[in-house]
Ligand binder design. Sequence first.
Ligand code: SAH
Length: 208
Amino acid sequence: MPSLKKKQLAKILSNLECFDNPKVELEQYTTPGDVAAELLWIAHINGDIAGKIIADLGTGTGVLAIGASLLGADIVYGIDRDDEALEIAQRNIKNLNLENITLIHGDVSFFSHKVDTVIMNPPFGCQNRNADRPFLEKACESEGVIYSINPNLEEVRRFVEMFLKEKGFGSYLLKTMSFEIPHQFYFHKKKLERIEVCIYRFEKLDRY
Ligand code: SAH
């Protein structure tokens, strides 16, 4: 779909099947279509999607992986620990007739391919402290440029930027956005919660 526009991408991604039984311990929140499309669009404009090998760490129902495929990625790996989420991702992929996405069931720590670009909305580490660490570690190891969605909280930003700096990556805060979360867990008080997130690009400083 080479002439896809950002708005169309957001609409397609918003209409995908979401988690039907979200698991609190895995911090399963579907990235809203507008946030996913924003991240993917910026990556696309930077030349980090079309023709590239992509890893979507913690793919869940496949939103980011599917968006990357629609924007012309060559190969997309979607990795997740939860087989129920991957079944939904598989249905979403099939409904759109996408053929270049490989789903891998397992912990992100075991992913071992080298890729050009990592895209991810990792667990925010709210329910399970440090749940984002294996994602950050793996993203750095995979040698690609990294696009990530993280909570816009000062202590999280400081931690993430420092973690990446120590691994030799520069951090570029691309955008902050509102991320809508429907009432899905017992501790959600409102029908619709909104949190502020950052979209980051991290790049190894000695890449060139
Ligand atoms: N990328 C999806 C889902 C984000 S929610 C989206 O943007 O909509 C985070 C996902 O990471 C969940 O699907 C959860 O099952 C998965 N996950 C959490 N910890 C994981 C780990 N250690 N290894 C693999 N997947 C993990």
